[in-house]
Design a protein around this ligand. Structure first.
Ligand SMILES: NC(=O)c1ccc[n+]([C@@H]2O[C@H](COP(=O)([O-])OP(=O)(O)OC[C@H]3O[C@@H](n4cnc5c(N)ncnc54)[C@H](O)[C@@H]3O)[C@@H](O)[C@H]2O)c1
Length: 256
């Protein structure tokens, strides 16, 4: 797909320095959007911004789990490109398989903060601008793990389940303002994150990718970051103008 589906739109993509966020930022810019690439890793976000067509990318350092940092991200977006039309919450952290009694309070809090609380924080600061425009599209990247559990992914599954339900709650709350809120549930995807779900050395990680992840996908292959970007483009654009509160599994059938 290529064209101008997001011509003149301002989009914020969190987690844009890597994986799905990076692919989404690139596709959105190719479709005419001005994109704020928001990531903890500013250096990498700047590199991705340089790959975007002239002037369409702006990198911002953010910790999506921190209220002040998110407030500053939205302010900077408004100052540089104007009020956001599209917000893609892609930043996230994985969990290595951990028995519940070994999971530390610190690990639980970090996973819940980055994967779930962050969606509240970005909405809290972006929604007033979307309400003023009477339009907006928020796309939350959750996970198939938010609806289908795996042993040892306790906090991660809980954080993604929270992300899905918060999205539905916001979809119904914000519909009167023409602000749509949808979810993409990726299945196991070929990004730097995938290996981090597995405890072990490089060999065990590579074996795990094949034995645990590819074998769990009925279509028999890992999801690519671009597959998620295409789904996000549909949900960001007017092609989906009547779609809200939807949870789209982009997972090769893993969720069946
Ligand atoms: N890779 C998979 O198999 C998979 C499957 C299902 C869902 N997901 C979800 O998809 C999303 C994208 O994952 P990915 O595979 O592209 O991962 P990735 O590790 O390639 O990219 C994640 C990005 O988020 C950034 N980030 C992490 N914590 C942050 C914070 N506190 N503030 C700002 N930025 C932060 C990282 O710096 C990184 O650039 C995540 O929410 C992830 O949970 C991934």
């Amino acid at each position: 797909m290529s064209g101008q589906l997001l011509q003149g739109k301002t989009a914020i993509v969190t987690g844009a320095a890597s994986g799905m966020g990076k692919a989404t930022a690139k596709l959105f810019a190719a479709e005419g959007a001005n994109v704020v690439l928001a990531d903890l890793n500013k250096e990498a976000a700047v590199q991705v911004a340089l790959e975007l067509p002239d002037g369409r990318g702006h990198a911002v350092q953010v910790d999506v789990a921190d209220d002040e940092s998110v407030a500053a991200l939205i302010q900077e977006t408004v100052a540089v490109f104007g009020a956001p039309d599209v917000l893609v919450n892609c930043a996230g952290v994985p969990q290595a398989f951990t028995p519940i009694e070994e999971l530390t309070l610190e690990q639980w809090d970090r996973i819940m903060s980055v994967n779930a609380k962050s969606l509240y924080l970005t909405a809290r600061h972006a929604v007033p601008h979307m309400k003023a425009k009477a339009r907006g599209s928020i796309i939350n990247i959750a996970s198939i793990a938010g609806i289908r559990a795996r042993p040892g992914l306790n906090a991660y599954c809980a954080s993604k389940g929270a992300a899905i339900m918060l999205s539905k709650a916001l979809a119904i709350e914000l519909a009167p303002y023409q602000i749509r809120v949808n979810v993409i549930n990726p299945g196991p995807a070929e990004t730097p994150m995938l290996g981090k779900f597995i405890n072990g050395d490089e060999q065990e990680v590579e074996a795990g990718k094949k034995d645990i992840f590819i074998s769990s996908v009925p279509l028999g292959m890992l999801i690519q970051p671009e597959d998620i970007a295409q789904a996000a483009l549909y949900l960001a654009s007017d092609l989906s103008k009547i779609v809200t509160g939807e949870v789209m599994n982009v997972d090769g059938g893993r969720g069946i």
